[in-house]
Design a protein around this ligand. Structure first.
Ligand code: ATP
Ligand code: ATP
Ligand code: MG
Ligand code: MG
Lengths: 255, 255
């Protein structure tokens, strides 16, 4: 049985895609068989691994709308040595979301696909867009666990409570197995009192649900996607890479 | 006649809200009468000025759904000396967006409201959520000009072309007066080759449509909202405040 972890936060630009890509690379280095799923119409995860979503005929949109294309056929090998499987996103996901809105099982499409196709993966990571719409809901319903990156800024703190309420509602009504894996402080500016105070506030409110690992703010994370790489693969001794590897170990060991 | 500028970019966390707040404060300092409109259900702009959206009975949602509440009655005085008017956002905007989807004039609600209520403002700035859904479309249809903040990271560059296509489509079908005011490079890491390359790429592709002004990356922008302030008001000599004031002058003088 695969472990399905959805990475979600409706606040934009908090490090969701970066976390899926780097955590995926770090889990692969621990010999886990990893599948990454891109549910964002902007397909930043797909672009991070050098795939041009505009050139794809099949993305997650076709899978959610149940086209004849089998799930395994849309997968691309990515990452160092092509060891990660990626189910790409693309702009047609925006139209798919509108189309799904009229369907009875609109929140369960991804869950159904993964139930039919779980075979070869140990861990499945799902990237979501900055909203709490149907695409993110499909991720929350399909998943066993939710990982929430929280940028260590005041404005990013505000949305966490609303997100917890959404997770709770999904758990009550749609996916009783869903549990919060943890809150991951991201973009922590070194030597910034503000960042320290935000992380302390997170730990006060959410206690052990906040990972010990912090991801520091570093321009390396913005640079790596240019070369279609993750920081974990391109700069393994970088502080950010070390942090994502620690996160991977913590997640792999407390399954 | 007011000048209506919508600040939009579907990529999350690129500095839309920060730009509306700081540009608004800088324009007010130039003695412009400024109205800020918060179209984001997460209402970060509203929170930036110390208003708790959860405590409001009337937000932009009531206005878009044409409740009996007149537009002028939902406005709050904010900023230094309460000189800025704010039309607050809130979580009910998410439900309003779903409700609007069934209406014939779903993209024109904001335009209609502003046509009826333009009276006292020189400049109206509209903040939008990180998506190209109905709320952002209402902003694009109601506006005369679009200002696009672009984070100076590779991943943020990707969405600009798709956004330009959306602006062009809105101009052709819904709002012939809409024009691109400019692209504003944000979060430019000082001394980073990556940031310089991204800004150079922007200037190569979009030429004079890229503002000369750059907004540097500074933790001050994350800190200011904690004290319900903008950097323009709280640290007027800070490089970021100077940049937003320059932007305000450039916009005010090239009306
Ligand atoms: N720790 C970090 N330090 C500095 N920059 C980072 C860090 N993590 C990610 N970034 C950069 O910040 C930007 C936002 O990150 P990312 O795209 O992963 O966030 P997101 O939550 O997926 O955004 P969206 O809401 O648009 O999907 C990207 O350009 C990324 O390269
Ligand atoms: N120039 C800057 N340097 C550093 N941090 C910044 C800068 N501008 C904004 N920020 C911070 O980065 C975060 C994202 O900015 P902001 O919320 O304005 O972006 P946004 O595009 O409105 O995000 P969303 O897509 O979620 O609405 C905020 O916490 C803000 O305080
Ligand atoms: Mg993303
Ligand atoms: Mg915003």
């Amino acid at each position: 049985m695969s472990r399905i972890i959805v990475v979600a936060n409706q606040k934009g630009g908090v490090g969701k895609t970066t976390t899926v890509a780097n955590l995926g690379a770090a889990l692969t280095a621990l010999d886990k068989r990893v599948l990454l799923i891109d549910l964002d119409p902007q397909a930043a995860l797909t672009a991070t691994f050098g795939i041009d979503p505009y050139k794809l005929t099949h993305t997650m949109a076709s899978v959610l709308l149940r086209s004849s294309m089998p799930f395994s056929r849309i997968l691309h090998p990515v990452g160092a040595n092509g060891k990660i499987a990626l189910a790409p996103g693309g702009i047609d996901l925006a139209a798919a979301e509108v189309h799904l809105a009229t369907k009875e099982d609109r929140t369960r499409r991804l869950q159904q696909v993964l139930e039919k196709n779980r075979v070869p993966f140990d861990i499945i990571l799902i990237d979501t867009p900055p909203s709490l719409g149907l695409l993110t809901l499909n991720g929350l319903v399909a998943a066993d666990e939710v990982l929430v990156p929280v940028q260590s800024h005041f404005l990013a703190m505000r949305g966490v409570r609303a997100l917890m309420e959404t997770i709770w509602r999904v758990k009550r009504r749609l996916n009783p197995d869903l549990r919060l894996l943890g809150l991951l402080p991201t973009m922590v500016e070194p030597n910034s009192r503000h960042a320290t105070e935000v992380v302390e506030e997170l730990r006060t409110v959410f206690k052990s649900k906040v990972f010990d690992v912090l991801i520091i703010h570093s321009v390396k994370f913005a640079e790596a996607p240019v070369a279609n790489q993750t920081v974990v693969d391109s700069a393994p001794n970088h502080e950010g890479a070390v942090a994502y590897r620690k996160l991977a170990e913590e997640i792999a060991n407390h399954g």
